[in-house]
Design a protein. Structure first.
Length: 94
């Protein structure tokens, strides 16, 4: 039973990662936000919007937080470990 559960868990994680990678790869705003945070480190939402030149970046940032790709610490946003993995996977796709 445990082996079966582990296999199912791994398959679920793989499908979940594929969905997140597909989401970010097809969403230019999300891709830009993840890339800038990966290269420059934590930023507040105004700096993210200015750096990426995205009007209304707050909506995309909120969505990325909900998907656990970004963490909100005080005023700043940063990539979660999952966010880093997805960002690097998308870079490999492009």
């Amino acid at each position: 039973m445990l082996t079966c559960n582990k296999v199912i868990s791994v398959e679920v994680v793989i499908v979940f990662m594929e969905e997140l990678i597909g989401f970010v790869a097809s969403n230019n705003k999300s891709n830009k936000i993840l890339s800038v945070l990966d290269s420059k480190g934590p930023m507040d939402s105004a700096t993210i919007a200015k750096t990426t030149r995205i009007v209304g970046a707050d909506k995309s940032i909120k969505e990325l937080v909900e998907k656990k790709l970004l963490a909100h610490e005080g005023e700043k946003y940063s990539l979660t470990e999952l966010g880093k993995q997805v960002c690097h996977a998308v870079r490999g796709v492009r």
